[in-house]
Design a protein around this ligand. Structure first.
Ligand SMILES: Nc1ncnc2c1ncn2[C@@H]1O[C@H](COP(=O)(O)OP(=O)(O)O)[C@@H](O)[C@H]1O
Ligand SMILES: Cc1ncc(COP(=O)(O)O)c(N)n1
Length: 273
């Protein structure tokens, strides 16, 4: 076969946990990458036994094995962007931060995953410090949800103004380029509203609120879509706006599977054809 005719497809890396139920984590990320026409690669940080009702087990991958996966991808294939999701413990965070620096991984999106939609703790308490001090400073964008923004800023969040204040504190405390505080954990129509702060400008990014209980994987999907859009050449604010549209569609076509909170659905581009 003549490889000269191969399309130039951007490559994206996800560093995240496996979700056996397929709604969040690595599984959501790789699916999101595929629907954005980018080649997905992965470094798995932990394996969760999980479904729409909750997380019943977690096993960490040794940090050196996480590092080996990142190196295997970057040394040979190379990536145009990357995202992190569930990192579980302080040792994995420190190892990932070191590799991001050593390999100069571009366009890093950090989703500071702490708790699952079903209320299960996904990050050790003593790991927040490493997230804040070692990894988030190396990111182009950090995307905390309401709960994570409260932990990272130390501020209770009950309103849009609180989201704005938290975004500024997180920006100041970490030195990250841009903070996106997500509104999915807020009340009513605020659930479709996110706050962007880049150190100079605050933007309120609004998409229509979708009324569904099947929201498992929204945060993973958003950060994966942002990383994919960056790899495809979008600037950061455009990448975020495009990703929000994708998540809104995925929520509108979410899957009523399992007995609990089902996952967002990625198949909307293929349906009704
Ligand atoms: N019901 C909803 N309707 C529309 N957008 C939503 C809804 N829930 C979450 N989102 C959007 O999904 C993205 C992920 O947010 P969020 O659910 O807060 O993240 P996480 O999964 O990390 O808790 C954000 O852009 C948020 O605005
Ligand atoms: C492996 C893994 N990564 C991330 C999440 C968070 O997703 P959600 O907040 O939708 O439960 C999860 N539940 N599992």
């Amino acid at each position: 076969m003549n490889t000269d005719t191969s399309p130039k497809i951007p490559v994206v890396l996800t560093i995240a946990g496996s979700d056996s139920g397929g709604g969040a984590g690595i599984q959501a990320d790789l699916r999101t990458f595929a629907f954005h026409c980018v080649h997905g690669t992965s470094a798995i940080t932990c394996v969760t036994a999980q479904n729409t009702l909750g997380v019943v087990g977690v096993e960490a991958i040794p940090p050196e094995v996480v590092v080996a996966q990142i190196n295997a991808v970057c040394d040979d294939i190379g990536v145009q962007s990357a995202k992190t999701g569930m990192l579980l413990n302080k040792e994995i965070i420190a190892a990932v931060a070191e590799q991001v620096e050593a390999l100069q991984i571009p366009n890093l999106v950090v989703d500071p995953v702490m708790v699952s939609r079903t209320g299960f703790q996904l990050l050790d308490d003593d790991a927040v410090k490493n997230l804040r001090n070692l990894l988030i400073p190396k990111a182009a964008l950090v995307t905390p949800n309401r709960y994570e923004a409260q932990i990272l800023s130390g501020l209770p969040i009950n309103s849009l103004d609180d989201m704005r204040a938290a975004s500024q504190i997180i920006h100041r405390n970490t030195g990250v380029k841009v903070v996106l505080v997500k509104g999915g954990g807020m009340q009513g129509s605020l659930r479709g509203v996110d706050i962007w702060f880049d150190g100079h400008h605050t933007e309120t990014l609004t998409t229509k609120h979708v009324d569904t209980k099947n929201t498992h994987g929204t945060g993973c999907t958003l950060s994966a879509a942002i990383a994919a859009n960056l790899a495809r050449g979008s600037d950061l604010i455009t990448a975020v706006k495009q990703a929000k549209e994708y998540v809104t569609n995925a929520l509108s076509y979410s899957l009523a599977i399992g007995k609990g909170q089902g996952p967002v659905g990625h198949f909307f581009p293929l349906l009704n054809k």
